[in-house]
Design a protein around this ligand. Structure first.
Ligand SMILES: [Ca+2]
Ligand SMILES: [Ca+2]
Length: 195
């Protein structure tokens, strides 16, 4: 009886040790060198670099291109994110005739985003409408496995695609005013590992 209890405790200790070693190894990203060259372990942490937002305006059914250049080598890159947001103009108040002022409803606008990487791969979102009176958003997230990206091949092509821009429309739908486009904000960020 006593011997069996000792065996159970012994097995418990072994299982705990195996779990601890597994957890420790799990903290080091795949493909990362866990040696700093001096024989000690290196603790990696994720850092984020954010570009200043790029501001622009698109007309309905048009495309515009922004080239985003990262000026220095990025070592241990883990993710690059591109996010486009827009706010449709407020509902318009107009006085088109003798009936006095009426308020029009600004129907939502549509955008999509396409990224071409420095290596020529491309990825595109669907066209997305903002919800009425709310911010619209499309984004592309590109994961990386810690590789180094050289500064001389680090130009990212960002295509902002403006689709249909819903017009300012009166309550009965008989009167409307054209919504010819919209302004937008482009956010670019990347994550990398530092120690
Ligand atoms: Ca609109
Ligand atoms: Ca608009």
């Amino acid at each position: 009886m006593y011997g069996k209890d000792v065996m159970v405790i012994f097995l418990g200790v072994i299982i705990t040790l195996v779990a601890l070693v597994g957890a420790f190894e799990g903290g080091i990203p795949k493909g990362m060198d866990d040696d700093d060259g001096g024989g000690g372990d290196v603790e990696w942490r994720v850092e984020t670099f954010s570009f200043n937002p790029i501001l622009g305006h698109s007309t309905e059914n048009s495309q515009s291109v922004e080239m985003v250049t990262i000026e220095e080598d990025i070592s241990k890159l883990t993710e690059v994110r591109f996010t486009l947001t827009w706010d449709d103009e407020d509902d318009a108040e107009v006085s088109p005739g003798p009936i006095g002022a009426i308020t029009l409803t600004n129907r939502p606008d549509q955008f999509a985003l396409e990224i071409v990487t420095p290596w020529g791969d491309s990825q595109m979102t669907d066209y997305v409408y903002n919800e009425y009176d709310k911010e619209g958003l499309v984004s592309i997230v590109l994961p990386f496995n810690g590789q180094t990206i050289e500064a001389d091949e680090n130009v990212w092509e960002v295509v902002i695609l403006c689709g249909e821009c819903g017009d300012q429309v009166g309550r009965t739908g008989t009167y409307s005013e054209d919504d010819g486009g919209n302004s937008w904000r482009l956010f670019v960020e990347y994550d990398f590992l530092a120690n």
